[in-house]
Ligand binder design. Structure first.
Ligand SMILES: [Fe+2]
Length: 149
């Protein structure tokens, strides 16, 4: 692993967090119906947390003499988080969130190990902090999914 791999992963994570903010916001607005309320509220609070992750990652990139990407560098990837045709289809949003969280967990695990290999404990610590948040989100949405099984 090189420093460049660490910064590439930080840039990817930054883009993913921003895309997650957009999709959680859209889904929290689109979803409706009695059974959607809990999930909508959870998405609303996660939006702030994911935005906080992007801020931390962006500042870490700056400390490493890099810049976080802006919209022209951005490639959308979260197919599973596109809002469902049926605005009461809560399960499809729950599954989309779980997929996004799994993807984030994988990215932060790679970041942690790349940072460790290049002796960058500050980035490693940042990765661990954010990974803990993503795992907590996954647990919460696994719980939501159980209600539909
Ligand atoms: Fe996040």
């Amino acid at each position: 692993m090189t420093n460049q791999e660490v910064t590439q992963l930080l840039k990817k994570a930054y883009g993913d967090e921003i895309e997650t903010v957009m999709n959680y916001l859209t889904n929290s607005i689109v979803l409706e119906g009695v059974s959607a309320e809990e999930v909508r509220e959870s998405l609303e609070s996660d939006i702030q947390e994911e935005l906080g992750h992007a801020e931390m990652i962006g500042h870490r990139l700056k400390q490493l003499d890099e810049r976080p990407p802006a919209s022209y560098d951005f490639e959308a990837r979260q197919e599973s988080l596109q809002p469902p045709e049926n605005s009461t289809d809560v399960l499809s949003v729950i599954e989309g969130v779980l997929e996004a969280e799994e993807d984030a967990i994988e990215t932060y695990r790679s970041l942690i190990s790349a940072a460790r290999d290049t002796d960058d404990p500050v980035t490693e610590d940042l990765g661990v902090t954010i990974l803990a948040d993503e795992e907590a989100h996954r647990t919460e949405f696994r719980g939501f999914k159980r209600e539909y099984e």
